[in-house]
Design a protein around this ligand. Structure first.
Ligand SMILES: Nc1ncnc2c1ncn2[C@@H]1O[C@H](COP(=O)(O)OP(=O)(O)O)[C@@H](O)[C@H]1O
Ligand SMILES: [Mg+2]
Length: 286
């Protein structure tokens, strides 16, 4: 493939921001799992910032520590060293202003609760009063196009609809940051395209920052304003790429842009390099 028409904006480490523009900071994050079979260094050293109202995608080979990073960021797993800082405060447990959507929607919704009750549950736990809860649930279901099923049970819905419920639950909670771990990996291609556009829409309308993990290169370029590529495990940032596509994305038009092809090509090459074990922190003498 020919060289890109305009140079790509990349840095070979995680991009950091001035404090006033930063919502979430990951600093020198390292995670070692201690197992019976020995220690597994899943994440070696990750540093990057998520800006306010920014949608950043994280891509990396399978087993490169994406889920580990997200769990540490969400305060569900303690880092071995380094820290995650949200709004100036170190994360030590699940922060109030953060919501997570996992891949396995089947297991993330309670089958004995109706759709509206599933969406309402975290608000109940947070002590939000009944009238406000009802309004937030209604609005969130409306935002994801599910006004018509509040009284259904999750298992009566398709996979894509169940994942919409999970997204509604996350946004009803009014987070500042939404973390998503390969949330569309298990839905069909058409539904996936719809859900991608839904994420961009709600994030714009609600002014949320999103950290979106995927192993799908096209999805990362289509969705993100930035793509952070991870090395293979033990993980460091392979590269941080600015996605200089127009803000308004369209499944057909955006994906047909020459720039989309260039960006996609570049991310693909980097991930191939990562899979082969090329990493920015390698000692060139070895
Ligand atoms: N609970 C755990 N105990 C031990 N090793 C783990 C655990 N969770 C993940 N790992 C290991 O850490 C590495 C990164 O895993 P993970 O974060 O799930 O990667 P990804 O989400 O990118 O596929 C893998 O080698 C995996 O086997
Ligand atoms: Mg994972």
């Amino acid at each position: 493939m020919a060289e890109p028409t305009t140079p790509l904006h990349t840095v070979s480490h995680g991009r950091t921001l001035p404090p006033e523009e930063t919502l979430l900071s990951v600093r020198g994050l390292r995670k070692v799992y201690h197992t019976d079979g020995g220690d597994i260094e899943a994440v070696r050293d990750l540093t990057f910032d998520l800006g306010k109202n920014e949608l950043t995608c994280l891509v990396g080979p399978s087993g490169s520590g994406k889920t580990t990073l997200l769990k540490c960021t969400a305060g569900l797993l303690a880092p071995t060293s380094g820290e995650v800082i949200l709004d100036g405060k170190t994360v030590t447990g699940p922060p109030k202003k953060m919501a997570v959507v996992f891949q396995e929607y089947g297991r993330s919704l309670f089958p004995w609760l109706r759709v509206a009750a599933n969406v309402e549950l975290p608000l109940k736990h947070a002590g939000v009063d009944k009238a406000k809860r009802t309004a937030l649930v209604e609005e969130a279901l409306h935002n994801v196009g599910l006004d018509h099923v509040p009284q259904s049970y999750p298992w009566q819905l398709s996979g894509g609809m169940q994942q919409r419920v999970a997204i509604a639950r996350a946004i009803a909670y009014q987070p500042e940051v939404l973390l998503m771990d390969e949330p569309f990996a298990a839905v069909d291609a058409q539904t996936r395209a719809d859900l991608e556009d839904l994420v961009r829409k709600v994030r714009k309308e609600l002014g949320i920052s999103v950290l979106f993990v995927t192993h799908d290169i096209d999805e990362s370029v289509y969705l993100g304003e930035r793509v952070i590529m991870l090395s293979n495990s033990p993980t460091v940032v392979q590269e941080d790429l600015l996605v200089d596509l127009p803000e308004e994305r369209d499944q057909l038009e955006t994906r047909a842009l020459p720039r989309f092809t260039e960006l996609r090509h570049h991310v693909y090459e980097q991930i191939q390099l990562a899979k082969k074990g090329f990493r920015p922190d390698a000692d060139p003498a070895q």
